[in-house]
Design a protein around this ligand. Sequence first.
Ligand SMILES: [Fe+2]
Length: 215
Amino acid sequence: MFALRRLATNAIISNTRAAHALPELPYAYEALEPIVSRDIMSLHHTKHHQTYVTNLNAAEEKLKTALSKGDISTVVSLEPALRFNGGGHLNHSIFWKNLSPESTQPSEPLKKAIESSFGGIQQLKDQLSASSIGVQGSGWGWLGYCPKSGCLKIATCANQDPLQATTGLIPLLGIDVWEHAYYLQYKNVRADYVKAIFEVVNWKDVSERFEKAKC
Ligand SMILES: [Fe+2]
């Protein structure tokens, strides 16, 4: 009960924290054309990502109220909404920065790590593509850093499950394979979308995430 009271106190203190907000895209909606259309980027950002942010804030408000009352049943019942909407916010916040209209290359340390873990950049692309295309239903394909082994690994997550909380891997590069990410342009051909998305990967951002993950 003491721990629960402490949680409640922390929750009340954190009431002063600003609600989560939709991050601005680091480029214009049309910047990734022709790989990703303006319509997709606009809808994906202003409707889909915004909905995760709105619903995460609502779930956190309910959590704070439940914690302040010591209402464990409600606290537990909120887990799916926190995972789905918190994951959706986390995943998309990474995804926007993982993409860029600029041509970029992996840093030398990342290139070496890719060679060590996969054999080379093409092998990484092939494996990440195959895993992402193979996600059943909605989800994400990821390149992640494994803090335990120091290796790069590929993983997939269902729905909006966040990579680190689900697998322990630190996310470096995510591919959103929900239909909302490609259907308006690529229809049902997820493979074409996944193949094309590598044309706009921001390897500078992926390299910076790799450097931070190693610390
Ligand atoms: Fe998405």
